[in-house]
Design a protein around this ligand. Structure first.
Ligand SMILES: NC(=O)c1ccc[n+]([C@@H]2O[C@H](COP(=O)([O-])OP(=O)(O)OC[C@H]3O[C@@H](n4cnc5c(N)ncnc54)[C@H](O)[C@@H]3O)[C@@H](O)[C@H]2O)c1
Length: 337
């Protein structure tokens, strides 16, 4: 589905983090709708290096790009030589900046800041030189301990959330200059959908519960899960927001959610209904009390007004559309492994 009248054919589009969950979905959006666009995916891809929390340092995976026929560059956004090569080899019309340490539990603050904050500003400088509109991924994690989910009320409670606030601050600073480009920061809430599987344990609970249920296990929920509510947003609505952010009425930072908080219990109920499997539910103590977001719900008034964004997927609709892929990935990547 096309979300804009812009014709991206013959445009050159950079997608950093294009081998990851959201970036690879964007790459296919352009490939499928605009076959004459030049799509450049820049990503660090995975190796076996891990952070101190045991998780991979980067989640990019070639399997997210099977069938992609654009340009692939394996590089590091923190490496200024890699960025220089990008700058001199192309002239981008749009930059979608998705590359980041996306794992909210990473403790290495030095790498978090250089990857998420400093590299963003360097990419923004390229965008200004190339005259390319910049659309970058911020996060609902910027709200942290806040209970007001509106831009201006951020209260991050981990290094990841802090790094995304710093990206937003850089944006605000640049927007005070008279630039010829638009800059839009999108504060994604909890995203789920196709191509998230390779984020391993950091993938959404939708796919994790889905696979537990398919394995015949009883899904384990934290005690009080009916009251732990979040704004879960389906990947297709994230794509819509990114595309609409290419021609904003006003540059700025916007929430991207459904504006309807739903519980983890709801996720399990919907999955059990759609998969037609009921293994019951098990309740376990929540080890994260005190450092856990119990409620998130995007205020999307300005996103509607300035981007023309309108979420299309309820949690029921999103999971229903996602189910065939959850089953497929289960068969090819999980079962028997
Ligand atoms: N998925 C969500 O629920 C969610 C919510 C809020 C914000 N975000 C943000 O959206 C963006 C995309 O997230 P995602 O869910 O697709 O995560 P992801 O981890 O699948 O994608 C990030 C990609 O960036 C790449 N990358 C990491 N470090 C890099 C580096 N130094 N140089 C080049 N590439 C590098 C990774 O290999 C990966 O492919 C991120 O900025 C993330 O912080 C995601």
């Amino acid at each position: 589905m096309k979300y804009t009248n812009i014709n991206f054919n013959n445009k050159t589009i950079l997608i950093t983090g294009g081998a990851g969950f959201i970036g690879s979905n964007l790459a296919f959006y352009f490939q499928n709708n605009y076959p004459d666009a030049t799509i450049v995916v820049f990503d660090k891809f995975r190796n076996n290096e891990t952070f101190s929390n045991g998780n991979l340092k980067s989640f990019g995976h070639y399997k997210n790009l099977l069938g992609f026929n654009g340009i692939i560059i394996s590089g590091d956004i923190t490496n200024t030589d890699d960025l220089k090569d990008l700058e001199i080899s192309y002239k981008f019309d749009y930059i979608f900046h998705e590359a980041a340490i996306s794992d909210t539990t990473v403790a290495e603050q030095d790498v978090m800041m250089s990857t998420n904050v400093n590299a963003y500003e360097n990419l923004l400088k390229i965008a200004i030189k190339h005259n390319s509109n910049m659309i970058y991924a911020s996060s609902a994690a910027t709200y942290g301990d806040s209970n007001r989910f509106e831009v201006g009320y951020e209260q991050p409670n981990n290094a990841y959330g802090f790094s995304k606030v710093m990206m937003d601050n850089i944006t605000t600073k640049y927007l005070k200059q008279n630039l010829n480009i638009s800059i839009v920061g999108l504060k994604y809430f909890n995203v789920y959908g196709q191509k998230e599987f390779y984020k391993n344990s950091t993938a959404s609970m939708v796919v994790q519960f889905g696979h537990q249920i398919l394995k015949g296990l009883t899904p384990k929920l934290f005690e009080g899960s009916d009251k732990i509510v979040r704004d879960f947003i389906y990947i297709e609505d994230i794509i819509q927001a990114n595309i609409k952010a290419c021609s904003p009425k006003k540059s700025g930072i916007y929430n991207v959610g459904t504006s309807k908080a739903r519980s983890f219990e709801d996720i399990v109920n919907i999955l059990q209904k759609e998969l037609n499997i009921d293994n019951g539910k098990e309740y376990i103590p929540n080890p994260f009390v005190g450092q856990y977001q119990f409620f998130t719900q995007a205020n999307i008034d300005t996103t509607k007004e300035y981007l023309g964004y309108e979420p299309k997927y309820s949690l029921e609709d999103g999971i229903k559309e996602y189910i065939p892929n959850i089953i497929e990935i289960y068969k090819t990547e999980v079962k028997g492994k």
